[in-house]
Design a protein around this ligand. Structure first.
Ligand SMILES: Cc1cc2nc3c(=O)[nH]c(=O)nc-3n(C[C@H](O)[C@H](O)[C@H](O)COP(=O)(O)OP(=O)(O)OC[C@H]3O[C@@H](n4cnc5c(N)ncnc54)[C@H](O)[C@@H]3O)c2cc1C
Ligand code: FES
Length: 274
């Protein structure tokens, strides 16, 4: 069992989870993920590593279904059944480049170790975080410290640029020379950013979140089509060239267990609340 040091709600649907671990930090790198299981009956779910030190690892998760609801109910001193990692390939590092880093929902937190590593490698970073409204934005100060420029985009205009990320991105790329766009967040955001940069010819790397089971390359559940080839998100990714991803297949595969996911959540809520 792995001890919960902290579980804190950051914004209404996103929580920080800090778990005791004396080993993971030794191999942790930006862009990698961890598999957690809330309890013995739970499923294994992948979450990006957002920070680590000698005693702990931190993750941010969005409460969307049964497993993340179980995690959201944890308190300091509780324990979780599984903590495995670091997994996946780390973010491919580049040097001396102009990089636009985009984060939305849990991806705002997932950007943190990546922009820290990009900055250490002397890149110039413009960070853009986006949400429906101001109250869903977080970690501005943590991200600003490694960003040369920092922007916020809200669809309702309550903070920063009013509108969609694609409108802001097109304008930014037209006015600035950008070598790389890096995106973390839900599938729609990674898709939208990739389709925005494709006609502009700017290389775009996206963190994908296909459904995973073993996360070690054995089960094949996380397969994605990239550049016409089948890749496994857990061992070949989770980051890929957004212009090479077959988005239709990815979006369809993410929906294959929708019925079971809904059933599982109603069952869990009935058990919990009666
Ligand atoms: C490599 C990798 C890294 C990931 N990192 C993170 C992370 O750092 N933080 C995080 O919150 N999630 C992350 N995810 C997604 C996370 O694993 C899932 O959200 C989680 O498995 C959901 O489990 P659940 O049982 O709570 O919900 P489920 O019952 O599995 O899903 C419930 C419903 O929510 C939808 N859903 C699931 N995930 C999302 C999502 N992220 N956005 C919008 N809708 C969703 C599903 O399609 C389904 O309809 C990552 C996924 C991968 C593959
Ligand atoms: S999750 Fe099983 S192969 Fe990737």
């Amino acid at each position: 069992m792995y001890r919960v040091l902290k579980r804190e709600r950051i914004v209404p649907n996103i929580h920080l989870l800090v778990i005791e671990s004396e080993l993971i930090h030794k191999n942790a790198q930006a862009g990698e993920f961890i598999v957690v299981r809330a309890d013995e009956r739970g499923e294994r779910i992948p979450l990006n590593l957002v920070d680590w030190d000698k005693e702990s690892v931190s993750m941010l998760f969005m409460e969307v279904g049964t497993s993340t609801s179980k995690l959201a109910a944890l308190k300091s001193g509780d324990a979780i059944a599984t903590l495995a990692g670091p997994l996946g390939r780390p973010t491919k590092m580049v040097k001396d480049q102009k990089i636009v880093c985009i984060g939305g929902c849990y991806g705002i937190g997932a950007l943190y170790p990546v922009i820290r590593a990009f900055k250490k490698n002397k890149n110039n970073i413009a960070t853009i975080i986006e949400a429906r409204s101001k109250f869903l934005l977080y970690w501005q100060d943590k991200l600003r410290q490694y960003s040369d420029e920092f922007y916020e985009v809200t669809r309702d205009g309550t903070e920063g640029f009013e509108g969609h990320i694609n409108e802001f991105l097109i304008d930014y790329i037209r006015k600035n020379k950008v070598d790389l766009v890096y995106v973390q967040g839900c599938t729609y955001l990674t898709y939208l950013a990739s389709e925005t940069t494709r006609p502009l010819g700017v290389k775009t790397v996206v963190g994908l979140n296909p459904i995973m089971v073993d996360a070690t390359g054995m089960c094949g559940v996380c397969r994605v089509i990239v550049g016409g080839e089948t890749k496994f998100g857990c061992v070949d990714g989770p980051e890929f060239d957004g212009h090479q991803v077959d988005w239709d297949t990815l979006l369809a595969r993410r929906r294959i267990y929708l019925g079971e996911e809904r059933y599982s959540l109603s069952f869990y809520e009935c058990e919990r609340y009666g």
